[in-house]
Design a protein around this ligand. Structure first.
Ligand code: NAD
Length: 334
């Protein structure tokens, strides 16, 4: 079998090499580039499968070239796939693999760590220390997480794992999900609305996907219901939070702090080096400069385990489909 892999990042190289070691029978040609009008010429006869992870749109001609050159399976090294032309892949009869679960622990740990950062006032302590202020005082007298209520919105793979981490501290963990599930019931207590969860929680961690119905779920009205010590963690999707309403809620001391790993208009910045003076998005600049926001550029997933799983599961999905096996990660295009 012969595969072509695009968009190889420096941080994925180790995982790609370890897959190659496990499967020396597979010939793998690796390119760092995105697939563009210029680079699509790398797709030549002889490849059976293609593995990508590309945010920028892939030209339609490139999809057609894949088919002409004999590619049968297309895999993405990601859970999300809204950036690909699935309609065209279906029309061309190319099968599609993605990696829906690669390490819930990675994202949960990040959500937990971010909440501890604010919960133990590390932001304030750091600012004080940088100014030579080593005095013990009320503003850095923290509370312990075991005395708090933690609300989890979205109790799927990642939400449940996050709930478990908080549960281990002795915190009271509550949850809200459109479709409550049995596994989560062993860890948390479900409440019947987002409003109820917001009114009770000292920490809220978001783990629901972006849908039309939860667009700007956290808006001005919901922030008004929040406790003023609330720490909001968003490692899910940016569109769940109205960022301007969040910034206003922080400025009006309606909530304590926020850790934002997913920002609603992050597209132009993710995985890029950008000069701050070139950023024109005023809301993003306000967010970056806010001293009670811990911003991270969509990195919650970024552990060596997650990278290895993303790379291995995507490539192996292609291999196994070609061998005629049933692959759980295949998305049947219809
Ligand atoms: P999952 O499908 O296992 O769980 C999602 C849960 O959300 C489900 O139980 C579903 O019923 C629930 N849900 C859907 N709509 C809801 C709503 N409006 N209100 C409440 N609950 C709702 O998904 P997962 O693998 O746990 O992923 C959760 C989120 O984490 C997704 O948004 C995903 O995109 C995001 N994610 C972020 C990163 C990162 O690096 N920051 C990495 C991977 C995944």
């Amino acid at each position: 079998m012969k595969f072509i892999l695009f968009n190889a990042r420096e941080d994925e190289k180790e995982a790609i090499a370890s897959y190659q070691k496990q499967h020396p029978e597979i010939e793998l040609d690796i390119y760092n580039d995105d697939i563009t009008e210029e680079t699509m010429s790398y797709i030549k006869e002889g490849y059976d499968g293609i593995i990508v992870v590309q945010v920028a749109e892939i030209p339609e001609a490139a999809y057609r070239l894949m088919k002409e050159e004999g590619i049968k399976v297309f895999a993405t090294r990601s859970a999300g796939f809204d950036m690909y032309n699935l309609k065209l892949l279906k029309e061309l009869g190319i099968r599609f693999v993605r990696v829906p679960v690669y390490s819930p622990f990675a994202i949960s740990e990040f959500a937990f760590a971010s909440s501890m950062y604010f919960s133990r006032d590390i932001d304030i302590i750091q600012n004080n220390v940088k100014e030579g202020d080593f005095v013990l005082k009320k503003s850095i007298t923290s509370t312990e997480i075991r005395d708090k209520t933690v609300g989890i919105i979205g109790t799927g793979h990642i939400g449940r794992q996050t709930a478990q981490l908080f549960k281990n501290t002795g915190a009271n963990v509550i949850g809200y999900d459109l479709y409550p599930n049995k596994e989560a019931e062993n860890i948390l207590t479900y409440v019947s609305s987002v409003e109820e969860l917001v009114e009770q929680s000292d920490i809220i961690s978001l783990h629901a996907p972006a849908t039309e119905e939860n667009y700007h779920l956290f808006n001005k009205a919901l922030f008004e219901r929040a406790k003023n010590n609330l720490i909001l963690i968003n490692t899910a999707r940016g569109s769940l939070v109205d960022t301007e309403a969040l910034l206003d809620a922080l400025d009006n001391n309606q909530i304590r702090a926020a850790a934002i790993d997913t920002y609603e208009f992050e597209g132009p910045y993710i995985n890029k080096k950008v000069a701050l003076e070139d950023i024109t998005d005023k809301v993003f600049l306000r967010l970056l400069k806010h001293n009670r926001i811990l911003y991270s550029p969509h990195v919650a997933f970024h552990t060596n385990t997650a990278l290895e799983n993303l790379v291995h599961i995507a490539i192996d999905g292609v291999r196994r489909i070609l061998l005629g096996e049933e692959v759980e990660e295949e998305l049947i295009l219809d």
